[in-house]
Design a protein around this ligand. Structure first.
Ligand code: 16G
Length: 262
């Protein structure tokens, strides 16, 4: 038996010590083993049969625990070669002083960006959308919800709202929202972002392929045209293990004003 298998089996031994369902105990033990670094990113999990034999539980129970952990992103399965601890993401650094789009950010890093559409349609504006976009109750909005993926790793969930008077058909947006807005002269030139920390619920954790409860960044972006009109209201959830937002800070000038940006 190799080292990795030894360590996993050591972590599995106390399955069935408590009253919880066996698959949940096994799941928790594997999660703990990953958290404590007993098994690291890329390590292979022993076969279903070996785990079942070692922990003295059925293979169905092992399969259920493993499938749950694959769903929540702790493990990955590769056809023909087995189950592994999910690789750790290389962190993406994003400047907080440049107004760029997801597609541009990823292209700059040599990564291929794509989206999985979660929703794309015309809706009546919610009270929040009305207030931020300056719309009346009868006005419509285009909503675009996407899972943003870079090099096949899901990085963020973005829910953008644009007034339907600016974007009457959300299906015009294929790969990039900013490119579509640019075509009609509506690409934003300035934005204000509010970033807060949240823990992921089940549905979002599954989309982002990370464990439920993982730390992530919730970002609200309100973007403006040069005229000062609000053009975009986007609520996003970015993976906390994948993103660093970096801001440059300057000493204020002697009159208390902000220093000149270069
Ligand atoms: C970025 C923006 C998002 C914008 C999107 C457009 C943040 C937090 N969010 O992801 O507000 O809608 O870019 O990207 O940076 P696209 O042009 O590739 O569709």
């Amino acid at each position: 038996m190799d080292d990795g298998a030894e360590r996993i089996f050591a972590a599995l031994r106390d399955v069935s010590q408590s009253g919880a369902p066996l698959y949940l105990q096994l799941k928790k033990n594997i999660e703990e083993a990953v958290k404590r670094g007993l098994i690291g990113p890329g390590d292979a999990l022993p076969s279903e049969r070996d785990i079942a034999a070692q922990a003295d539980i059925s293979r169905v129970t092992v399969r259920k625990a493993v499938q749950d952990l694959v769903k929540s992103g702790v493990l990955v399965q590769r056809h023909g070669s087995g189950t592994f601890v999910a690789p750790r993401m290389e962190r993406v650094e994003q400047s907080l002083s440049r107004l760029t789009s997801f597609t541009e950010d990823m292209a700059r890093r040599g990564m291929a960006a794509r989206s999985q559409w979660l929703d794309r349609g015309i809706y009546t504006a919610s009270p929040d959308e009305m207030m931020v976009l300056g719309l009346s109750a009868s006005e419509l909005v285009s909503r675009l919800s996407r899972l943003r993926i870079a090099d096949e790793t899901p990085l963020a969930i973005e829910r953008a709202t644009i007034s339907a008077s600016v974007l009457p058909d959300p299906h015009e947006v294929t790969s990039s929202l900013y490119m579509a807005l640019g075509k009609t002269g509506h690409r934003p030139v300035r934005a204000v972002q509010r970033i807060s920390a949240v823990n992921l619920g089940e549905a979002e954790a599954q989309l982002l392929a990370v464990p439920i409860g993982s730390a992530c960044l919730q970002i609200e972006r309100i973007s403006y045209l040069a005229s000062g009109k609000v053009i975009e209201f986007t609520k996003s959830i970015y993976r906390g293990d994948a993103y660093d937002f970096v801001a440059e800070l300057r000493l204020p000038g002697p009159d208390g004003q902000e220093g000149e940006a270069t």
